[in-house]
Design a protein around this ligand. Structure first.
Ligand code: ATP
Ligand code: MG
Length: 416
């Protein structure tokens, strides 16, 4: 063998040894990797399952809680809107820049307005109730609560009184307010009636005794004057005796009227239909009235619990006043009696209007006072008697202007 053959043989042996070493290393690596994968699979499986099931459970619990919370939110929203809807007091919530946020059905009814447009301004909504608007404005400006303030709103059916409480909401940058109000008209009218009843009773007590004594004295003077027969007197004295008789008779009539007014009267209450009663009062008066005078009766009158005789006297006084006022002003009397039954307030309302000169605004509060008169032969008791009879029937009476420019007396009674 040559030298180069030995070298070739040595090299071949070395390559074979290297290939063997490499093959062993690869086999070892593959076996190690397989074992590691087997290990990972054997150790990591149960841990991964535990983590994922815990996560699923937590998510399910969160979903349950979310559903319960939204059900609770819906229920509490429903409850709060039911409370707002069923409140008998008016509720008005005003947000920033004066937006109406809540206006409940009672508020619609009390304010006599329709549903507020979304985003409507409370100042527009309360146009017909300026006093209520002022209370809201005050609370929004001062951020101070206002408790049980009494305000008045004028309506075609007469004044309505509200008791109002307003509380500020939000902060000074975005001032809002919540306003609760209720109708106190009946309470105020009852208080007014009680006050009037007390005043009339006190007035009656104080003066009835005095008037009684006065009438006795007058009767004596009148009696003596009747003993003086004018025929037996010198002609110059006769007119004096006749004048004494006439004046004492007139004064006696005034005192009798006043005693009738002052005497505490107990009405005999029974259900009465107002329309036939008014027609009868009108017929009874016809013979006293000028032939040219007209009295129109129209509308719905209803029934009340009342004393027929006193009520006829009351309507008689009103008709007499209307006709007398027209005649004094030289106007042909045209009297209109209108009836209306207010089902909501359960009242029967009657207006007696005329085309006379009317009553100056400054006198309207005084005409019901006893002895207030502008007529030369008037006693000033007619309207006091009217008021007394109305109050006895738990009604109310007010005087204003008629469309014809004359007076309009507005009487209302609780419906039977
Ligand atoms: N329809 C009317 N139009 C204008 N003024 C009226 C009317 N009714 C009442 N008045 C005013 O009210 C006043 C008081 O009326 P009231 O009936 O109480 O007394 P009177 O009519 O003056 O006297 P009398 O006691 O005889 O009735 C009247 O004097 C008159 O000034
Ligand atoms: Mg009169």
């Amino acid at each position: 063998m040559t030298q180069s053959a030995y070298v070739l043989l040595g090299l071949t042996a070395m390559v074979a040894a290297l290939v063997a070493v490499l093959t062993f290393a690869v086999l070892k690596f593959v076996a190690g990797a397989r074992q590691a994968r087997r290990h990972l699979r054997a150790d990591g499986g149960p841990e991964g399952d535990f983590v994922s099931s815990a996560l699923e459970e937590a998510i399910a619990r969160l979903k349950q809680q979310e559903a319960a919370m939204s059900a609770r939110a819906v229920a509490s929203e429903r409850l709060s809107s039911q409370i707002v809807e069923s409140l008998t007091a008016g509720l008005l919530v005003v947000g920033g820049t004066g937006r109406v946020e809540i206006l409940n059905p009672a508020a619609h009814r009390l304010l006599r307005v329709g549903a507020a447009e979304p985003g409507a301004d409370y100042r527009d909504l309360l146009k017909a109730a300026p006093a209520l608007r002022e209370v809201m404005e005050e609370c929004l400006a001062t951020r101070q609560p206002i408790v049980r303030r009494s305000v008045q709103m004028d309506t075609p059916d007469g004044p309505v009184h509200f008791g109002v409480s307003v509380s500020p909401l939000g902060d000074a940058r975005d001032p809002a307010a919540i306003c609760l109000f209720s109708d106190l008209t009946n309470v105020i009218e009852l208080e007014e009636q009680l006050r009037l009843k007390e005043t009339l009773a006190r007035l009656g007590e104080l003066t009835a005794g005095l008037a009684h004594e006065f009438r006795n004295g007058l009767a004596t003077i009148h009696g003596y004057s009747r003993l003086l027969a004018p025929e037996g007197l010198p002609a110059a004295y006769r007119p004096y005796v006749l004048a004494i008789r006439q004046e004492t008779e007139t004064l006696g009539q005034v005192v009798t009227n006043f005693l009738n007014f002052a005497r505490p009267e107990k009405p005999l209450l029974a259900p009465v239909a107002l329309e036939p009663l008014i027609r009868r009062a009108t017929d009874e008066l016809r013979h006293e009235l000028p032939a040219a005078a007209t009295i129109d009766i129209s509308g719905e009158f209803g029934r009340i619990l009342g004393d027929e005789v006193l009520l006829r006297q009351m309507f008689g006084n009103l008709l007499r006043n209307a006709v007398e006022a027209c005649e004094t002003a030289g106007i042909r009397p045209q009297v209109v009696i209108e009836g209306r039954v207010d089902q909501g307030r359960r009242t029967c309302r009657i207006t007696v209007s005329d085309n006379g000169p009317g009553i100056p605004e400054g006198d309207r509060a005084r005409v019901f006072q006893p002895f207030f008169t502008t007529r030369s032969r008037g006693t000033g008791l007619g309207l006091s008697v009217v008021q007394k009879i109305v109050v006895m029937h738990n009604g109310r009476v007010a005087i204003g202007a008629s469309p014809a420019g004359g007076a309009c007396v507005d009487v209302s009674f609780p419906a039977a």
